[in-house]
Design a protein around this ligand. Structure first.
Ligand SMILES: [Zn+2]
Length: 136
C-alpha cells in the first residue's frame, strides 16, 4: 500500500528476502515460514500443506473429532503469531531468529497451554499432549 503512495518501501519478505511479501507468501509459501510450519504440522499429525486455502480447508475437515482438532488449531495459531512477531521484530528492531528458535518458542507455548488446561479439560489435554510429545 505504501508503495502505491510513491514511498520507497522495500516490498520484499523480511523472513527470506527473496520474494514479495503477501499473506499467501508469509503463510506458508516462504521457505523460512515453511520450515517452521513443516515441523509443527508434523507434530500435530497434519499433512504439510503450504497453501493458506488448503490449510484452512484441512483444519475445517478435522471437525469430526473435537479432541484431535484442538492441537492443530492451537499450533497453527501459535505458528502464525510467532512468524508475524518475528517479521515485526526484523522490521522494527532488526533482530533475527533462526527457524529453530521460533520452533522452540512455539513448543514452549504449547507445553504451557497443555499444562494450563490439564484440569479444565483433562481428556482433550491428555489426547493433545500424547500427540505433541509423541512426535517431539
Ligand atoms: Zn519469505
Amino acid at each position: 500500500m505504501l508503495n502505491g503512495w510513491g514511498l520507497n518501501v522495500d516490498p520484499l519478505c523480511l523472513l527470506c528476502n527473496t520474494a514479495q511479501e503477501s499473506r499467501y507468501h508469509l503463510f506458508f509459501e516462504c521457505r523460512y515460514s515453511e520450515s517452521v510450519w513443516r515441523r509443527i504440522a508434523y507434530r500435530c499429525d497434519l499433512q504439510v500443506l503450504t497453501s493458506w486455502d488448503d490449510i484452512v480447508a484441512q483444519l475445517q475437515d478435522l471437525r469430526t473429532n473435537r479432541d484431535s482438532l484442538r492441537l492443530p488449531l492451537l499450533a497453527t495459531q501459535a505458528v502464525i503469531y510467532w512468524l508475524w512477531t518475528e517479521r515485526n521484530s526484523r522490521l522494527h528492531r532488526q533482530t533475527f531468529k533462526p527457524p529453530e528458535a521460533i520452533i522452540s518458542l512455539i513448543d514452549k507455548q504449547i507445553r504451557n497451554r497443555l499444562q494450563s488446561i490439564r484440569h479444565a479439560i483433562p481428556r482433550a489435554s491428555s489426547a493433545m499432549s500424547q500427540l505433541w510429545f509423541l512426535r517431539s
